[in-house]
Design a protein around this ligand. Structure first.
Ligand SMILES: NC(=O)n1nc(-c2ccco2)nc1N
Length: 324
């Protein structure tokens, strides 16, 4: 019994420390699973020795710390990751594979949409009758976390799609990110408050989004670029480029640097130009993405294992770690 009392005290202290770091500082020290195991251990001891339960026990805290994980969301259309090209030759091979697969003539060039690859975290937004009903992180591509309440605080995300030809149900996708200058200002504030300092804008966006306390998310300068979609009851356009136009029309921010290309040379010129502009962009990118423009061809090309055959990321050489 005295051993139980000692362990009860240790567990209660450990759980309170984890709570403080998780809820106040968004700097979890243990995984959700480990935390849950600690809670269960404490509850087991209190079940055997009810007199150890005190008002201050973590099992008794007002509104007992909400379950730490977020609700899980199954993506109707998986959010798959892109294959990578690291050289011009690999880009040319990507285009050649597409031509062969589509049985296009040797001089037939499939139009390609070239997009800066935003280095944030991808998000899927579900709209029903034009209203935002759910927002989910990518997770492992098949199961993500429900972060709807947090996402409602992001100004770039429309709560209602505007315009007419709105599908009954659609999942629109894009990247949540933080501007470099906002990231530096946030870190300065965090440091002064003795709170978590983030390693880079991507981590600060992810940490700010996945907050149980929505008011913390609301206080963080999160932004959003739309660039893709999942389930669509009826599709308003037949090419990637026109879909991006539609996303702008219904109220999203779409990256203004995106370009429709009609040759491999044009694609590679885009890559170089964005590479030169990279340091002057307000946000982090880690490459560019090339997508076949025609959606019927995207469907025919489908996916190879987990990545699309119809799209590829062309990464920049790893940049020097950002000095904070
Ligand atoms: N991260 C980013 O900017 N992405 N990611 C895609 C993507 C991923 C899968 C399909 O499309 N497209 C863009 N612009």
């Amino acid at each position: 019994r005295s051993q139980a009392r000692v362990e009860h005290k240790r567990l209660a202290l450990e759980i309170e420390t984890h709570n403080e770091r998780y809820y106040q500082q968004d700097a979890p020290t243990v995984s959700d699973a480990t935390y849950d195991a600690l809670q269960r251990r404490l509850e087991a001891i209190e079940a055997r020795f009810p007199d150890l339960v005190t008002a201050s026990s973590p099992t008794q805290t007002v509104g007992a710390a909400p379950a730490r994980g977020f609700a899980k969301v199954q993506h109707a259309v998986p959010m798959l990751s892109l294959g990578n090209a690291f050289s011009d030759a690999e880009v040319a091979e990507f285009v050649e594979r597409i031509r062969r697969f589509l049985k296009l003539g040797a001089d037939d060039m499939p139009a390609i949409v070239a997009e800066p690859k935003i280095d944030g975290l991808s998000l899927s937004l579900r709209y029903e009758n034009g209203d935002l009903v759910r927002a989910a992180t990518r997770g492992d591509g098949f199961t993500g976390e429900d972060v709807t309440a947090n996402v409602r605080t992001i100004a770039d995300v429309p709560h209602k799609l505007n315009g007419h030809n709105i599908p009954t149900a659609c999942e629109l996708r894009g990247e949540v990110y933080m501007l470099k200058e906002d990231f530096l200002a946030l870190n300065k504030k965090q440091q002064e408050a003795g709170d978590t300092v983030f390693a880079n804008p991507r981590n600060s966006a992810a940490g700010s989004l996945r907050q149980k306390d929505v008011s913390i998310t609301a206080s963080r300068p999160l932004k959003f670029f739309a660039y893709a979609w999942g389930e669509m009851t009826d599709r308003p356009a037949e090419t990637q480029n026109d879909m991006l136009e539609w996303l702008r029309d219904v109220g999203f921010i779409v990256n203004p640097l995106i370009q429709l290309c009609h040759s491999v040379d044009e694609v590679l010129a885009f890559y170089r130009r964005i590479g030169e502009q990279r340091a002057t962009l307000g946000y982090d990118i880690d490459g560019v993405v090339y997508k076949v423009d025609r959606l019927d061809w995207q469907e025919r090309l489908g996916f190879v294992s987990r990545s699309p055959r119809w799209a590829i990321a062309h990464k920049f050489a790893a940049e020097q770690a950002m000095t904070i």
